[in-house]
Design a protein. Structure first.
Lengths: 282, 298
């Protein structure tokens, strides 16, 4: 299906969504309601309510095993791919319940991109990596249009200048930081509305990390970004909003505090948040 | 930092560990030597016994009561037909099964049940497959004791072996790559076609060749299915009567005349050469595919 028809489909969904959910006001792109995820009978996260605003960066922070990644994977239905995973509750994307029966997870994933912890470029050339999403989604593009899209994505991912002369080289010839930016470019190439990043800099050096943080800030006017991170300074540096997750006494992950990043870091309401960001726990 | 002083016991322990580290490779290399020496002595025996019998007659002539004229033409053709056909049946089926097990029924209960059963099938004695094929294919389905029945027998026989390799090949593809593709909106078919299969194909081919090599050497199930040790006729169609090389060799070995024993040794050399050639092709193909993987989109 061409990109126009995808977008039309999406507009139709949005119109439908508006009627159904009159209370959606403001530029809310993703809303999670009462979400609970179980893996093989064990609850990983529960009672999750959060919404993500357009053109903002929201950070999800919290100690290991608190379900940050689980929450992230619920937003583009990547949990479907994990055997034994069961999702209950609602996740709305532009007012569409993405877990409703007539929504195709493949479509959702082409509108909500994802970048993983470790860079995972495909064993193709740099060009083919970025073009992958455009090709699998069946965009009918001429050679020059394809090239332009690939170039745009690489420019946005701040990688173009480093690779423009060697687009046909194997992606594995890039450094770790470059590979991760390639993965960001790959996700941006299909022009998603939302970009999910699961600890994208955890395997990178500080310079590569700084590059990725600055590129995220530079593209936030076009996308809605949700970033899971271990690194509280990173959350403080890049995000507009921060959600703090913490496992409860049954090791079920919950959001204990959500608000503007400045407020979370300067004036946390929850004692546990304060303890966590000041390094006393976690 | 203070200087660490080892006690006597600690020092003895350290010496022992070092000693083991030095001795173990020697013991292990003896194991390697035994394996290599066994194969080498077998090869040598075969070459010494049958080397001088190698001739074009052996390949081009039909079997005969006269050892000077006897060849294994019908058996070579029979082997090529049945084994080739069985590979055409077995390899696509195995790959399809593996794709279903690994990519579609991701880790489900049905998937693991099937996987265990396939692994078990690989352990069934081959003659059992021959008996089943004779009863079911040859008589019940009326396919007769023919080339096609032989091919199916060998295909069923090698199916578990090749399927297991294909499953392992797909499982060896890093999940990171799959998830990356899914996250871009790829369907399972696209993930298989663009990511998993290209990466798994070299190892799958190796599995396929292993299966073919096994099929080429099988005597028992074919003896049951074809029942022919001596035939002076080329297999010309799927429904021809046929024999295969291991049966021809078996036939020669069981004769009293020393000349036929020598002939069978020469026949073994030819069988081994065909095997070697097959393996060579597989290795070349694998190298070629590995170099080509992911260079461009096609």
């Amino acid at each position: 299906m061409a990109i126009e028809s995808y977008n039309q489909l999406l507009r139709d969904y949005v119109e439908l969504g508006k009627e159904e959910m009159a209370d959606i006001s403001g530029p809310e792109v993703v809303r999670v309601e009462n979400l609970r995820v179980d893996y093989g009978g064990k609850t990983a996260i529960d009672g999750i309510n959060i919404s993500f605003k357009r053109n903002n960066i929201t950070a999800i922070i919290g100690p290991s095993g608190c379900g940050k990644s689980t929450l992230l994977r619920s937003i583009n239905r990547m949990n479907d791919l994990i055997p034994g995973a069961k999702v209950t509750g609602k996740v709305y994307f532009n007012g569409i319940d993405i877990y409703s029966r007539d929504v195709d997870p493949v479509f959702i994933r082409s509108r909500i991109g994802m970048v993983f912890q470790r860079p995972n470029p495909f064993p193709f050339s740099i060009f083919d990596n970025v073009a992958f999403g455009l090709r699998v989604n069946g965009f009918k593009l001429s050679k020059s249009e394809l090239y332009e899209k690939v170039k745009d994505a690489l420019v946005k991912a701040a990688l173009w200048d480093e690779v423009k002369d060697r687009l046909d080289k194997h992606a594995y010839s890039l450094s770790g930081g470059q590979q991760q930016r390639l993965c960001i470019a790959r996700a941006l190439a299909v022009d998603p509305e939302v970009l999910l990043l699961d600890e994208p800099t955890v395997s990178l050096d500080p310079i590569s990390t700084a590059r990725i943080e600055s590129l995220l800030r530079s593209i936030k006017d076009e996308y809605t970004i949700i970033i899971v991170t271990h690194n509280m300074l990173q959350a403080a540096r890049v995000s507009d909003y921060t959600a703090v997750m913490m496992p409860d006494e049954n090791m079920v992950g919950r959001i204990i505090e959500f608000g503007e990043t400045r407020q979370i870091f300067t004036n946390p309401r929850d004692k546990r948040t304060e303890d966590y960001i000041s390094g006393r726990i976690g | 930092m203070g200087h660490q002083v080892l006690t006597g016991a600690e020092r003895r322990h350290a010496r022992l560990r070092k000693f083991i580290d030095r001795v173990l490779p020697i013991i292990l290399s003896v194991a390697v030597f035994i394996a290599v020496a066994t194969v080498a002595s077998l090869l040598l025996t075969v070459i010494i016994t049958g080397g001088h019998r190698l001739s074009w007659n052996l390949i081009l002539n039909y079997p005969s009561a006269n050892p000077e004229e006897a060849g294994m033409r019908s058996a070579i053709l029979g082997s090529i037909f049945t084994v080739g056909l069985s590979a055409l049946i077995c390899v696509p089926l195995s790959i399809a099964t593996a794709i279903y097990l690994v990519e579609y029924s991701r880790g489900g209960r049905l998937s693991s049940l099937l996987r265990y059963n396939i692994a078990n099938l690989a352990g069934v004695p081959s003659v059992v497959f021959g008996v089943v094929a004779l009863g079911f294919l040859a008589y019940w389905l009326g396919m007769g004791r023919t080339v096609i029945t032989g091919a199916f027998t060998l295909a069923i026989l090698t199916l578990p072996l090749v399927t297991v390799t294909c499953v392992e090949a797909l499982k060896a593809v890093p999940d990171d790559l799959r998830l990356g593709a899914y996250a871009l909106g790829a369907t399972t078919l696209q993930v298989v076609r663009r990511i998993s299969l290209p990466r798994a194909l070299p190892m799958m081919l190796t599995g396929g060749i292993l299966g073919i090599s096994r099929a080429l050497g099988e005597a028992a199930p074919i003896l049951v299915v074809s029942g022919i040790l001596f035939i002076r006729e080329d297999p010309t169609s799927l429904f021809s009567k046929f024999t295969v090389m291991p049966l021809q060799l078996y036939n020669w070995i069981s004769r009293p005349q020393p000349a036929f024993i020598e002939l069978s040794s020469a026949g073994i050399i030819i069988l081994l050469l065909i095997l070697l050639a097959l393996n060579g092709v597989a290795i070349a193909l694998r190298q070629y595919l590995m170099r080509r993987i992911g260079q461009t989109w096609r």
